[in-house]
Design a binder for this molecule. Structure first.
Ligand code: C2E
Ligand code: MG
Ligand code: MG
Ligand code: MG
Length: 279
């Protein structure tokens, strides 16, 4: 009897696995299709000056308006994209869409701030990356200073010549480089010293409990002090309330990003915001 039950359970288990494997396979193919056929979407989240008065730049964040599952956020489909080896293609699609939007903003007479695009480790390690970016800038008649590129510490942990060359070529095009989610990854102090990054983004997990949590205060202060010494600027991610804002302003944080100012928004809404700023 026990044996029979065991077998029965194993059978159910296999069915469950194969059902989820099928769902995964389907989702993966839908994602491949979405990347190939402009089925993804880019939202924009403004980044503010230290006094929170001026929109100084903006982060591009991918979304997937899925045919049946609604609007999917990166947390819901980037893990799949990573596992399926689709991140480099996805990042390139986002880069091109951002270039198209910058061109469109120019056609509308809007003054577009620099736009920051997130790059995965796969993308950063692509030896063709600098060429691809160069071609996009040419194709859409965009200057390098209109783009910024963000990468997490783990994407730049390897000590490879390809990485160094790519980053140096990007900087020569006028593109600014930021380390994203700073403090959550593989220690990057040496990377920071040796690679041409000019901006650090302090991860939201350290900002969340400011100014009440003394550990987070200490960590944020030390990042700000180190950044000052190295001559790089700092963005605080995930600023949601006045207490956080006030503390960060007092400590001399350069830029603020978070729901307190703006949530990520569709491009039409972002253009409307820029239009209102002109008026
Ligand atoms: P990230 O690059 O650190 O982007 C910031 C994330 O924090 C965004 O989440 C943004 O919506 C969220 N956020 C901003 N302000 C606040 C706030 O005040 N409170 C809270 N709770 N959240 C806030 P999102 O859009 O879900 O993106 C999550 C992550 O997915 C990004 O983190 C980035 O690592 C990755 N990602 C997004 N788009 C791309 C892309 O095109 N390529 C790559 N490689 N990664 C991307
Ligand atoms: Mg980012
Ligand atoms: Mg981040
Ligand atoms: Mg983050």
């Amino acid at each position: 009897h026990a044996k029979a039950c065991g077998r029965r359970q194993a059978q159910f288990y296999n069915q469950a696995v194969s059902a989820s494997a099928k769902a995964r396979f389907l989702l993966e193919n839908q994602l491949i299709d979405a990347i190939a056929n402009n089925g993804l979407s880019v939202f924009y989240q403004p980044i503010m000056s230290a006094d929170a008065q001026t929109l100084v730049s903006c982060e591009a964040l991918v979304r997937w308006p899925h045919p049946s599952a609604g609007f999917l956020s990166p947390a819901e489909f980037l893990p799949l994209a990573y596992e399926a080896g689709l991140m480099a293609e996805l990042d390139c699609w986002v880069l091109e869409r951002v270039c198209q939007d910058i061109k469109q903003a120019r056609a509308l007479g809007l003054s577009m701030p620099p736009i920051a695009v997130n790059l995965s480790a796969d993308t950063v390690m692509d030896p063709q990356l600098a060429d691809k970016v160069f071609n996009l800038l040419e194709q859409y008649q965009i200057q390098g200073h209109q783009l910024e590129l963000e990468m997490i510490e783990d994407a730049i942990k390897g000590d490879s010549n390809i990485l160094r060359q790519t980053l140096e070529q990007l900087v020569r095009m006028g593109i600014k480089l930021s380390i994203d989610d700073f403090g959550t990854g593989y220690s990057s102090l040496l990377r920071l010293k040796n690679l041409p990054f000019t901006k650090l983004k302090i991860d939201r997990s350290f900002i969340q409990d400011l100014p009440h949590n003394p550990d987070d205060c200490a960590i944020t202060l030390s990042v700000l002090g180190m950044a000052r010494g190295l001559g790089v600027t700092v963005v605080a991610e995930g600023v949601e309330n006045a207490a956080q804002e006030h503390w960060l302003q007092q400590q001399g944080c350069h830029y603020l990003q978070g729901f307190k100012y703006h949530r990520p928004m569709p491009v039409a809404e972002f253009f409307a915001l820029l239009t209102a700023a002109l008026a």
